[in-house]
Design a protein around this ligand. Sequence first.
Ligand code: KG4
Ligand code: ZN
Length: 345
Amino acid sequence: VPGQTVLGIETSCDETAAAVVRRGADGRGEILSNLVRSQIEDHAAFGGVVPEIAARAHVEVLDKMIAAALSDAGLGWDDLSGVAATAGPGLAGGLLVGLTTAKAIALVRDLPLIALNHLEAHALTAGLTDNLPPPYLMLIVSGGHSQFIIVRDVGAYERLGTTVDDALGEAFDKTAKLLGLGYPGGPAVERAAATGDARRFDFPTPMVGRPEPHFSFAGLKTAVRQAANTLEPASDQDISDICASFQRAAVAAVSDRAETAMRLYAQRTGPDAPRHFVVAGGVAANAALRAALERVSEANGFSLFVPPPRLCTDNAVMVAWAGALWRDRGRADPLDVPARARWPL
Ligand code: KG4
Ligand code: ZN
């Protein structure tokens, strides 16, 4: 059968995921199954992801999820042409669970293994969801990552900017924790911000005006803490005002960095390159951020693509899809390929 049918496995953070994707000879992708189990409830009491709990939770469910991903797809092992797993970056324990499982499958079922970079999997998703060919400009904003990348081709990425301290989602999570809004914080902060006064606090918009699209959110976090401390005990309205002001500053920072990234993209890819801008990661669910990025895109002649939430947050479809793209290029990684907790794209 021409094309690739790949099993994908994702265990780098607090989602256990398994999926099967087919990439036809025409280059189009088809999702045959897509299973995600979130560990949010396992970690909620701790206000963040606990690595040891995460790794154990992956171990408990992964085998069953892989079996379910195959049966949902109506396939057997013999129908697969490869097995792909996230090998990094992420939490070491979780990465080992997924990658070791993929290695065992590769060995026993005699399938090629593709050990993938998680950020690369996010970066290539637009090819599946929007049939979008490279080059394009990419922003990944999640709990662990904030970066701009030029996707030139499969395997050819140029990172334009990244965060020097916290990731954007992490800044939302820490703000929520500080204000007692629970975990994960992003949705809670957005909800509270809806009834807040975004002008009440003049929080800093970090890195604005710098020549490279880097992020820094530590100063913003400190300013939020100081504001909260002066309001002890804070009323519900105070909390909403802090959230709204925080969100305004964070969105303004990302909008400014996006404009810078668009300028660099245009310089580096030339006048004929398509002006396509793809945003992925959990924070892409934030309506204020999406609206701002829509405005910035329009003002700079870019079309904005945001994959649907279940495919732009952590999932295994993106891993299987990236695996299929690499299989088409003949890639097969050795069975002793290591997991890499740190692995910049
Ligand atoms: O991509 P993701 O599901 O997982 C990884 O971090 O890899 O992203 C989760 C992050 C969390 O930090 C969460 O607080 C943030 O995305 N998030 C949001 C919103 N929904 C999720 N941040 C701001 N506004 C939201 N509506
Ligand atoms: Zn991710």
